[in-house]
Design a protein around this ligand. Sequence first.
Ligand SMILES: Nc1ncnc2c1ncn2[C@@H]1O[C@H](COP(=O)(O)OP(=O)(O)O)[C@@H](O)[C@H]1O
Ligand SMILES: O=C(O)c1ccc[n+]([C@@H]2O[C@H](COP(=O)([O-])O)[C@@H](O)[C@H]2O)c1
Length: 205
Amino acid sequence: MKRLIIGIGGITNGGKSTLAKSLHEHIPNSCIVAQDAFFKDDSLVAVDSNGFKQYDDLDALRMDRMMSEIRAWQRNPESFFASRGLKPQFHKIPEAQDEVYVLIIEGFLIFNYRPLNELMNKRYFLTIPYDVCKKRRCLRVYTPPDPPGYFDGYVWPMFLKNQKEMEEIVTDLVYLDGMRVREDLFSAVYEEVTLEIQRRLDTNC
Ligand SMILES: Nc1ncnc2c1ncn2[C@@H]1O[C@H](COP(=O)(O)OP(=O)(O)O)[C@@H](O)[C@H]1O
Ligand SMILES: O=C(O)c1ccc[n+]([C@@H]2O[C@H](COP(=O)([O-])O)[C@@H](O)[C@H]2O)c1
């Protein structure tokens, strides 16, 4: 059994979940692990000197739990896949005797966490301009909701800081323009992932 781990990172509201879901729907034997599912309880998230809850920081996330989930997939992708009620399918090559299990890891700080970053075979990073990001973010309701001034006073400066830190540790990142239509973004990544799957089926890696 072969494995492939794809990271879909990027700016808040850049389209990570949308892209990850489309990939999952089209890639046989794939699963998604989303970083958003690992936020700590609000009572455990620190507050900064401006009174803003520090959600855009690795400390706000239970990265240990996220890593355990990913390790469970690594140990046995097939049973991890089945435990989510998904049905295995061979890739669309009639003579293929092997299967490639694909894990799609999606989230805004996935490459900032070194132990997680190191596991990825492919790294994609979605970006959108400030004004588009602010507009999309204002339309979205988080739990808890963003307080007034949160985007400019906290989220945007943290994005710039986190991106800078990420770029210091990550190489071979493929930047994706989140302004492209969904279908284009999907096709571009799907094509590359399909080639990676094919490469694994063709070789012993
Ligand atoms: N390529 C795109 N073009 C325009 N809007 C998009 C695109 N991808 C996602 N969106 C919209 O942007 C918002 C955030 O998308 P989402 O996938 O949840 O982002 P993220 O997971 O990065 O926070 C949603 O309203 C979604 O419908
Ligand atoms: O999901 C949550 O529990 C949650 C609670 C408060 C805030 N968030 C925001 O979630 C953002 C990251 O998720 P996303 O999908 O926008 O990339 C990050 O900018 C946080 O400020 C998320």
